[in-house]
Design a protein around this ligand. Sequence first.
Ligand SMILES: [Zn+2]
Length: 308
Amino acid sequence: MGAETGSQARQKRIASLGYDYAAKPVRRALHCNLCGGDRFVTLAHRDRYGYPATADGCLRCGLVFLNPAMTAEAYTEFYIDVYRPLVSAYHGRTIDAASIQDEQRDYASARADFIEPRMRERSCKTLLDVGGSTGVVAHVMKQRFDLRATVIDPAPLEIEVARAFGLKTITGFVEDYDAGGATYDFIVLCQTVDHLLDVSLSLSKIRNLISDDGLFFVDIVDFRAAYRRNGSVEEAVKIDHPYYLTDETMRAYLSRSGFDVLGVDYAADHLHVGYLCAPGVQDPAALPDPARVDAQWREIRAIQNPLP
Ligand SMILES: [Zn+2]
C-alpha cells in the first residue's frame, strides 16, 4: 500500500465532515448581480473542496459567481456548523474564532496604516464593521482612531466574542439592518464582500448608512490572483464565496453604488486588494472595459490548458 498523498488526506478530512453540498437548496440567478446581463459562461464545475459547485461568468461585465448558489437559509446553516470545520479540514489545522485572532490583529493593523492618512483629514467618530465576525478588526480600528464601534454579523457565536470586546453588536445581515436614519462616519467591509449573498444590495445599503464626509473600506480576494497562483480555476472556487471579484468588477460595483475610490492597496499577501472610498455620485451604468472582459476569458482558458 503506497503512502497517502497530501491531497488524498485532505479529501478524507473533508469527506469526514459529511457535508452533502449537492443536497442543499439552491437558487439560480437569471440576471447578473452587477450589470443585470443574462448571458453567462460556465467556467468551473467543482470547487476546491471537490463539491459540485458551478461558477458562471457574466459575458457582459465579467462578474464571476456561483450559479446556482445556496439559499440564504442554507448559508446560515453553513456558517453555524460547517464553515470553520471545512476550512480547517482543507488546511489540515484548526481554524476557529479563537485561532484567527492573531492573524486578524495583524490584518487590521496593516489596513489601519493604509487608511490613516485619509482618516487624519476627517473627524470620524463612529465605525460600523459589516460582517465583523469576532470584532478583532473593529477593536483595532476603534483604538487606533478613537471611534465608537459597532459590529454587525449573522453568526451569533462570533458576535458574542465581539461583545466581550465592549463593542456594540448587531446579530444579522446588513441588508436587513434598520439604522433608523442613523449614519456612520467610517464603514468597513473586511474580507466579507466575496461572502455576501447580494453585493449590489449590500453596497447600496452601506452607501445609505455612510455620512457625507465618511470613509468606506472594502477588500476583495482578487479572483485573477487566486486562479493564477493556484494554476487552476477550480482551486480558486469555494462554496464559501458566492462571488469572485476582480479589480475591474469591484470598481464597477463601487461606481454603480456611488463610491469614489481614493486609494487602492495591493495587500502584502498579493491576494487581497483593498479600496478606500468616499461617498460620491452614482454611475448606474458603469461597466468594465469589454476588452478586459474578453481578456479574462482568454486567460482562464490558458490557465485551464497550460502548454505542455
Ligand atoms: Zn454582468
